[in-house]
Design a protein around this ligand. Structure first.
Ligand code: SF4
Ligand code: SF4
Length: 460
């Protein structure tokens, strides 16, 4: 499965399910949006298996995206979930920080798990490269490609003109002969967070609590894919504050994997009037969106707008148009505009409107994500120190030369770390923020609503 196909599905309600497998990660990057480190919660494995096992051929997501933290710390769970998903026709993709690839090889347990997945993405940025050398990541990715698995890179840099982005994207294109797609994000100015697979912070001039000019309202495509949090709660988007908040704002909580099946989550995602309004008109900034729970009048307005007879049709039309516009079009909004065409490298569709070809952007790159070297060792036999599913806590990177906590500019992202406004494309690590205004009247997707209230720091 090509990255472009996955990203083109990102605006389609319930076309994908994001599932975090663990907050743990061998690294402890200072820029991590999920505050991942050697210790942390593991999403209940058996509940996840039951939930994914409940997918039916006639009612299933197209894509199951596994992230973290570092999802490959639980290779057995990755294999089980991918196999269960496949039985219903759902394809699985994984985003990893490549902690295991310090010597360029892929441990047998990880390679065995990857036999079941349809796509594998490596997260790279300047901080991760301090932990796992680029050449080692490339060698490991070639080994995975050699097994017939489609691969891509999620890279993060500080801005479009970041020299790192130009360098790393050129390096990837040359090394993989344009057969590996590249998704480029820009680091966002949000705490120890970053944008997941595709988002960048878009701060509109004059916008902000300081009293600037209100930006135009913007629909939020990130409210399309449910996200399973570390405790099994299912949130309506991958905004890290939504995923981590307890309680999750009522209008952004879809259920729990121990209590609900996919059919119920799917129905709530598509039919929630408030989510329809968020997807088609926007409701202000992510902070405004979350705060709707404390603003009954605004919440009621959003609910009325999304309950109008035409709202469902507008929602579906917007999703269809965005899907047809394709992956590069979505990334021009939510990722790095300059590098958006690189998502088409290697082919794979991604919407009817993608005619840009993968040629374009040539520049340096960098992504944020979970990277991190790991010290566990040796190549083809990572030890089994963990529980039934995973590597336990031993995956920590103690490799000589490993700088430990990466200190870096702002917030990188990583697989798993979602930043504020939900991640764009998918996985949990990179996310962006965006701003829009919630309007009480839903406008067509892609256009901004009207009378809104505030802005939004959304990501995608
Ligand atoms: S506006 Fe932000 S908080 Fe609301 S659904 Fe979108 S990403 Fe989530
Ligand atoms: S940014 Fe990625 S590699 Fe770093 S701690 Fe977070 S999940 Fe791990």
């Amino acid at each position: 499965m090509r990255l472009a196909e996955i990203i083109a599905l990102r605006p389609v309600p319930a076309a994908g399910l994001l599932a975090t497998l663990t907050r743990r990660c061998p690294l402890s990057c200072a820029h991590c949006s999920t505050s991942s480190g050697p210790r942390g919660e593991d999403t209940p494995g058996d509940a996840l298996r039951r939930f994914v096992g409940g997918f039916a051929p006639a009612d299933r997501p197209e894509v199951l995206m596994l992230t973290g933290g570092e999802p490959m710390l639980r290779p057995r769970l990755v294999a089980d979930l991918a196999a269960l998903a496949s039985a219903a026709g759902t394809r699985t993709t994984v985003l990893s920080g490549m902690f295991f690839a310090g010597d360029g090889r892929v441990p047998a347990r990880i390679m065995d798990a990857l036999r079941h997945v349809d796509h594998f993405s490596a997260s790279m940025d300047v901080f991760h490269e301090r932990e796992v050398p680029r050449s080692a990541v490339f060698r490991a990715m070639h080994r995975i490609m050699d097994r017939g698995i489609d691969v891509s890179f999620h890279v993060t840099g500080t801005a479009a003109d970041d020299a790192y982005l130009a360098d790393v994207t050129t390096s990837i294109r040359s090394t993989f002969r344009d057969q590996a797609a590249v998704l480029v994000n820009h680091i966002r100015p949000v705490g120890r967070a970053a944008a997941w697979a595709t988002a960048r912070t878009v701060t509109l001039p004059g916008a902000g609590e300081e009293g600037g000019v209100q930006p135009p309202p913007t629909p939020c495509a990130m409210a399309a894919w449910p996200t399973v949090a570390f405790d099994g709660t299912v949130a309506a988007c991958c905004n890290q504050r939504v995923v981590d908040a307890r309680p999750v704002p009522r209008h952004l909580r879809l259920g729990h994997i121990a209590e609900d099946d996919w059919a119920a989550i799917h129905r709530r995602c598509r039919q929630s009037p408030v989510l329809r309004t968020i997807r088609t008109a926007g409701v202000g900034s992510c902070a405004d969106c979350r705060a709707l729970a404390d603003r009954p009048a605004d919440l009621a307005t959003a609910e009325r707008a999304g309950a109008r007879p035409a709202a469902a049709a507008v929602d579906m039309l917007g999703a269809r148009l965005q899907h047809e516009a394709g992956a590069a079009a979505l990334l021009r909004r939510y990722g790095s505009e300059r590098y958006a065409p690189l998502v088409l490298l290697g082919g794979g569709g991604g919407g009817a409107g993608n005619s840009d070809g993968a040629g374009g952007a040539a520049g340096p790159g960098g992504h944020g994500g979970s990277g991190g070297a790991d010290g566990s060792g040796d190549s083809d036999s990572i030890s089994d120190s963990g529980g039934a599913d995973d590597f336990g806590d031993s995956g920590r990177s103690d490799r000589p030369g490993s700088p430990g906590r990466a200190s870096g500019p702002g917030n990188a992202s990583g697989p798993g770390g979602a930043s504020d406004p939900g991640g764009a494309v998918g996985s949990s690590s990179h996310r962006s923020s965006r701003r829009s205004t919630v309007s009480s009247s839903s406008s067509a997707p892609g256009s901004s609503g009207s009378s809104g209230s505030s802005r939004q720091e959304a990501s995608a």
